[in-house]
Design a protein around this ligand. Sequence first.
Ligand SMILES: [Zn+2]
Length: 326
Amino acid sequence: MQYTAVGRASPCTKWLAVASAYRLIRGSLVHDRDSLHQFLFEAFPVRGHIVHLDATWAALLEHRTYPEEIRDTLGEAVAASVLLASTVKFDGLLTLQLQGQGPMHLLLAQCTNTLNVRALARYREDPQTRDLTVLSGEGRLTVTVETDNQSQRYQGIVPLAGQRLADCLQGYFENSEQLPTRLWLYADEQGASGMLLQRLPAGNVDSSSRLAEIDDAWRRVQLLADTLKPAELRALSDREILHRLFNEDDVRLFEPTPVSFRCKCSRERVEGMLRSLGEGEVRSILTERPDVEVHCDFCNRAYTFDAVDVERIFKPGVGEGSGTVH
Ligand SMILES: [Zn+2]
């Protein structure tokens, strides 16, 4: 279709302009999906990250059904694992693990340095509560960062000093002499989202008034972030979240990084797990059925091993030193 220049916009072109503006507005209302955004305050040393899990979250839940309280806690943990991974430089895997005697006796959320996540929770009964201390029964929350070849490993213990995961993680940053950090987490059936604010070292600041200024700014941005409703964290685009909270500040938003669900299970890892189980145990399964079938707890992928496979796995010198399925 061609238009003739008539000095002023024809009704048709006007409509097109309105339509494209409408798309633009609509586009900005759609929240960011399966991504991690980093942002930085230009005037003071505070940085932040916002993460959203959508298709990733759906893939994580595809083969599992959890009671609502456990599902949402798991979602918060996955969002937190991505946010924690974004604050450390590492080449491997970050694991957030909660183990206890409560209704939810295990929660595991893992994020690689390339932002591939996987997670699971194990529970005995429907907990009817979101209080983390009750859910896990005074459990033990740990953050582990390890390199792929497991040559380097760092583990921190997180005190369960709060009803929600975000409160506990705040305690973790306070107690482990790390940079002051706050997290806001929210998850439901549709997705999981989280925001992190972190105060960075002030560098060579020798003026006490400048330090007081930074202290004030750090307090102020936390108070502002506290006003963000969970539904807003899920529904708004990251640009809108930053505008809604920090429109008086100069904030630089970086390009987003995609986050996705990917399980690192493999036949080799499962073979390693069978080896650690022991030859007698594995062979006893073969007396009852034609093959040994192992399902990955994270992705439900099935691995089957017949008698010939088992023979090979336990042949002396094969696969010694290989790890476990996780
Ligand atoms: Zn798997």
